[in-house]
Design a protein around this ligand. Structure first.
Ligand SMILES: Nc1ncnc2c1ncn2[C@@H]1O[C@H](COP(=O)(O)OP(=O)(O)O)[C@@H](O)[C@H]1O
Ligand SMILES: [Mg+2]
Length: 226
């Protein structure tokens, strides 16, 4: 499969009042289209920072990031957010659903941002909620859903604009083990169905079993990769 996303020699340092933290120290990685990659490593290894840089949420101090052959770091802030909205879906440990909106409205929101009509957006939101087996919960608000159901709504929302790449940062971090399994299986199913490129970062070694490539990060470097 062709390379969809790659980064070369990424460095990132945070300067706080007390100290300088070298979070990423020369990270290079290529993601193949439709592949699953699981990045594991202890808390503080730099995984979330790495995901933010690969997805254009943050910029490195040094290094390059290419989506297909486009240099992401040459894009303006406006171009980068348009790029993210069109090509990338995000799932985080905490779902960040908007409490005052229903499940289907939450899933519809990224489409409304793309100027899709409300009725079309809601129609697609219902299709996506069906994909995550939540069609019966479409008009529930987040507080009326379990943790696993909330995360499934967040996954449906991540797919709203038909992304090429799905980034998941500790997607099961807040869930019990049975619910985690369900979310893992769902991510695998959706990756296959939509040909998504899936990048998961986690401190949970269980997720290595999801299949695909496993990368281990330690102290801001990739120390193992298959
Ligand atoms: N915005 C920030 N400012 C200062 N330090 C940060 C910031 N974000 C992360 N860090 C530090 O960088 C290191 C790596 O963080 P992170 O990428 O979140 O690691 P991981 O996701 O592997 O737990 C940690 O020591 C963290 O405290
Ligand atoms: Mg993290």
């Amino acid at each position: 499969m062709p390379t969809i996303l790659k980064c070369e020699n990424i460095f990132k340092t945070y300067h706080t009042e007390e100290k300088i933290i070298e979070v990423l120290r020369g990270v290079t990685l290529e993601l193949e289209e439709s592949q699953t990659t699981v990045v594991v490593g202890a808390s503080g290894a730099g995984k979330s920072t790495f995901l933010h840089i690969l997805s254009g949420l943050d910029e490195p101090d040094k290094g390059k990031v290419f989506y297909m052959n486009e240099d992401l770091l040459k894009k303006s802030d406006e171009e980068i957010s348009a790029f993210r909205n069109q090509n990338i879906g995000f799932v985080f440990q905490f779902h960040y659903l908007l409490p005052e909106f229903t499940a289907e409205e939450n899933v519809a929101l990224p489409m409304l941002v793309q100027n899709i009509s409300f009725s079309k957006a809601i129609e697609r939101a219902r299709v996506l909620l069906k994909e995550v087996n939540l069609e019966e919960r479409a008009s529930h608000k987040p507080a009326e859903l379990s943790g696993g159901e909330q995360q499934r709504v967040a996954i449906a929302r991540a797919l709203a604009n038909n992304p090429k790449i799905l980034f998941a940062d500790e997607p099961t971090g807040n869930l019990d083990s049975d619910t985690s399994k369900l979310i893992e299986n769902l991510l695998v199913k959706l990756r296959e169905k939509y040909g998504l490129t899936l990048l998961i970062v986690t401190h949970n070694d269980e997720l290595k079993k999801i299949g695909g490539r496993v990368i281990t990060m330690k102290d801001g470097k990739i120390i193992e990769s298959n």
